[in-house]
Design a protein around this ligand. Structure first.
Ligand code: CUA
Length: 352
């Protein structure tokens, strides 16, 4: 009775574990098996095919395991079964017991499964290596600890942590890294691509449905690796063109007196790391630590590399003490009085 109760208790303890395993991958976005582009669709297909085959093999092995557990067997271990006797081995021509079964299950079956599967994987990998039609333009993304510098050389614009693309057409991607290895990943659009300092990695992406997709760094790159995210905004071609036109403009004039005061504070405190395009000139970024271009910061959806919605309160919190929100990031704490802080926030919000 005691043993029975113990087993029951153990089973109850295992239930939450089993439940966690069952639901651990259950979330809506960004799911790799909910693809929104051709590359992610192929990857999802590879996943489902591999999962189906692996499940079949698992069920087969489990069935054999149960058979081995419950099949009729000699009553005592020192009584050899018929198949273990020398006479049986001589008669069957086998060198050891179970030879045929081991050759079939351990050699023939894996070869029959893995060789076609490898060919299938290779065909798919080649298929997603390049787009069917040549890309319309190029986006250059450079990874920094812990944010993304984004440049559109064909359109002549620079932004950060938010990548816009038109729906339905392939875009050429050039991936770089400035300090350590990062990895560019948009689970619903494409697989991971490492960004290696000193190298330029060429690849592509395409979104087939309009939407805002979560992207993140997929290579451990330091203390704030987990908070190195970005958004990929896929929009209809006319909306994308409108976005490009806005981004090509220099920073707008600042009519509001508070924001004007904020611009002065910004020019004093922030400009060694951050850049802003004013008129035809790019100002700032003269220091050793580059920070994101903020020319159109007010129009972005998030701040701090995808970690917070771009609201007035969050911007104030971030500028006030970025180290409290993302400890170890490269933005130092700049001690501003509350009036200057709110003025800078007004200025940043005006940069649309
Ligand atoms: Cu950048 Cu991890």
């Amino acid at each position: 009775v005691v043993n029975g109760t113990r087993s029951l208790l153990r089973a109850y303890c295992l239930l939450p574990t089993a439940y966690c395993l069952l639901v651990s991958a259950c979330s809506i976005a960004p799911s790799t098996v909910d693809p929104r582009g051709p590359r992610a669709a192929q990857i999802a297909e590879i996943w489902w095919v591999s999962f189906a085959i692996a499940s079949a093999v698992f069920l087969l092995v489990m069935a054999l395991f149960l058979y081995a557990l419950f099949r009729p067997r000699p009553r005592r271990w020192d009584e050899p079964s018929e198949r273990m006797t020398d006479a049986w081995l001589r008669e069957s021509g086998a060198r050891f017991p179970g030879q045929r079964f081991i050759l079939a299950g351990g050699v023939a079956l894996p070869v029959l499964i893995l060789v076609p599967l490898s060919v299938y994987w290779l065909v798919k990998i080649v298929d997603i290596a390049a787009p069917r039609t040549p890309p319309d333009f190029t986006i250059e993304v450079t990874g920094y600890q812990f944010w993304w510098h984004v440049r559109y050389p064909d359109q002549g614009l620079v932004t950060a942590n938010e990548i816009h693309v038109p729906v339905g057409s392939p875009v050429r991607l050039l991936l770089k890294a400035e300090d350590v290895i990062h990895s560019f990943w948009v689970p619903q659009i494409m697989g991971k691509h490492d960004m290696v300092p000193g190298k330029t990695i060429e690849t592509w992406l395409q979104a087939d449905r309009a939407g805002t997709y979560w992207g993140e760094c997929a290579e451990y790159c330091g203390v704030q690796h987990a908070k190195m995210a970005f958004l990929l905004v896929a929009e209809p071609p006319d909306e994308f063109a409108a976005w490009v036109r806005v981004q090509q403009q220099p920073a707008a004039e600042v009519p509001d007196p508070v924001a004007r005061r904020g611009a002065q504070v910004f020019a004093r405190e922030c400009i060694t790391c951050h850049t802003i395009r004013v008129g035809n000139a790019m100002i700032g970024g003269t220091g050793d630590t580059p920070g994101p271009d903020l020319t159109h910061f007010g129009g972005r959806l998030t701040l701090g590399a995808g970690i917070l919605p771009n609201t007035r309160g969050n911007v104030a919190g971030w500028v006030g003490n970025p180290q409290a929100i993302k400890p170890g990031n490269k933005m130092p704490v700049v001690y501003l009085d509350s009036e200057s802080l709110l003025a800078v926030v007004s200025y940043l919000e005006s940069l649309r």
